[in-house]
Design a protein around this ligand. Sequence first.
Ligand code: AMP
Length: 292
Amino acid sequence: MQVVRTIAEFLRLKRHLCRQDASEKLRRPSVGFVPTMGNLHDGHMALIRRMQKDDDIGVASIFVNPAQFGPAEDLTKYPRTLEDDLRKCDEAGVHLVFVPDESEMYHPDRSTEVAVGEITERYCGASRPGHFEGVSLVVAKLFNIVQPDRAYFGLKDYQQYRVIERMARDLDFPLEVVPCPTVREWNGLAMSSRNNYLSPEEKTVASTIYAGLCAAAIAFNGGVSDAAELVRKAQAELDDAVKLEYLEVAHPETLEPRAVAERGDVMLVAAKVGATRLIDNIILGSETNNAD
Ligand code: AMP
């Protein structure tokens, strides 16, 4: 595994690796890519394992992207565990890990924006102004640098996945955006680097978020399709200390809110437990929500 800090060095090493692999296999190798902000947990590693299985050359990036954090958000205290992350990537067989610093990624006078439009406006986009513009900008840049054939994204960040998928389609990035199921703690809590901020008691409180989503999914399977009723079913499971930001049923691709749920719709939730903001979702009528 090679750890690369500059774009020029990344391009040089990737070219070298591809050439080597092509002459061994007598065909152009496929390049997989998993972009991350580091502090790697089993959710990230599931994406990386999928990439290692499906692609000849595995690339991961670790970059805590300042452009996607609001001024009052947790950029400075976001957990940074580079040594541990690199060890995990190495053990998983990743070929190249791109670890740029801010000055490598952003010119001081950058002015280009990547705005994906309406799909970014609701839910997390409403409560985190500028967040998805920061995500789409950095992912577009990383796609141009890495030029992968496949890029893997977690369904845990459902809206982000749909935003990236839309961006890749609209801007003709020649790659496949591959969604990967949410990996959960034993109690159902979706794995997240932000779970590190939770006390053990708060983790128990936070696990009721997934219990709520499951209750809605069970009600849907039992014939309830009224979205407001599904929301009530979910709310009934939530610990009082879960402070909801949004809890809604939406069309799985456009993310338009639904009054009447259909099979395949997504129930999206964001909530605060203590000072920690958590997100999760479930697909209604699906048996494949989780990575087991
Ligand atoms: P992050 O480091 O939080 O930017 O996440 C990097 C990638 O890992 C994104 O595509 C996330 O959706 C994905 N990811 C994070 N947590 C999980 C999880 N619990 N299960 C599956 N994918 C995840």
